[in-house]
Design a protein. Structure first.
Length: 76
């Protein structure tokens, strides 16, 4: 009888630990990605936000890549 109670308690504790670990892993996996740099600019061509230090500027307009800058100049 005592052995059965111990087994039941062990199973309950084990299930509780598994549930806690899975909830923590889900919580960290679903955190929104925060940009490393708070200073971001928007690409004029594709409208994505990029760190200011990675942007390409022309006439105070920002682009995420040289290709988007060229595409914008062709379309203008």
């Amino acid at each position: 009888m005592f052995k059965s109670v111990l087994i039941i308690i062990f199973v309950i504790v084990l299930l509780w630990l598994i549930r806690t670990v899975t909830q923590r892993s889900k919580a960290t996996a679903h955190r929104p990605h925060k940009p490393e740099s708070k200073d971001t600019v928007q690409c004029l061509q594709c409208k994505t936000y990029i760190p200011r230090e990675d942007a390409i500027f022309q006439n105070n307009q920002s682009f995420c890549s040289q290709q988007h800058l060229q595409d914008w100049n062709r379309s203008a």
